[in-house]
Design a binder for this molecule. Sequence first.
Ligand SMILES: C[S@@+](CC[C@H](N)C(=O)[O-])C[C@H]1O[C@@H](n2cnc3c(N)ncnc32)[C@H](O)[C@@H]1O
Length: 275
Amino acid sequence: MRKLLNKLLIKFGILITKAPVLLANQELSTSDSFPVELTEKIVVDAPTDTPDNELFDIFSSDTDVHKWHHYFDIYSKHFEQYRDRPIRMLEIGVFRGGSLRMWKNYFHADSTIVGIDIDKSCQAHEIADKNVFVRIGSQADPHFLNQVNAEFGPFDIILDDGSHKTHHQIISFGALFRSALQDGGCYMVEDTHSNYWLKHVDSGETFIDLAKQMVDMLHEPYLGRKETNFRQGHADAVDQMELSYLSANLSGIAFYDSIVVFDKKKRYLPKNELR
Ligand SMILES: C[S@@+](CC[C@H](N)C(=O)[O-])C[C@H]1O[C@@H](n2cnc3c(N)ncnc32)[C@H](O)[C@@H]1O
């Protein structure tokens, strides 16, 4: 029955992702070579504690923020480094404005926090005299994103907590990573569990599918090369190479439950030494 449903979804273009079986069946599927010891089902409990960190305390003081509890350790791990200086942050998805206020309280007092949302009523959450700004438009509109970047960017942190539609996550990343994110900046996409819920999947490949391809792109310098091409002082060593923009500016990707983090940093060719 599920196979038939899957076929129908694909036939009518409702499901066109590269991982159709997993998405349609809503069951984990791994390849034959995946270690079987690691797929044995074990019982997992609901948490009994709340996160023990400062940001979670700020979150708890404002009832108008919508965040999953397990995100707070991830935010702290990636955002702590930006707290000692004024930064520019863009959050896609304002909702009731609570997260904009939360970021304002968490980061340096002179930071600029910008929220964008398609819902006009979100404009009410702007606090201009505290450098909290709201602009109304769609995360799927590159022209609008360029305008926001021209007005407030480039940003140190971009957080996508918008529509959670896979198509939108992809467009926003494409429009913002290159031109709107500072070197040394962080691009975070949250609620990527939406990529596993059919109602949010509206693209041939999901955002997670693309993020997996970016893991390959991190390794682009090695494609068609050998170790001596990177060995200091070796006759085979190369001192320049053409890489895709993303490969040349992405220092790392971190995957978490429902969050993917991209660290932007101009890269140099990898180098090794054999002494
Ligand atoms: C999950 S809520 C944001 C929650 C908020 N960041 C928080 O933590 O409290 C998602 C928001 O995205 C907005 N949204 C939906 N589609 C959008 C789009 N295409 N562009 C920008 N925002 C959109 C919705 O109006 C909604 O306010």
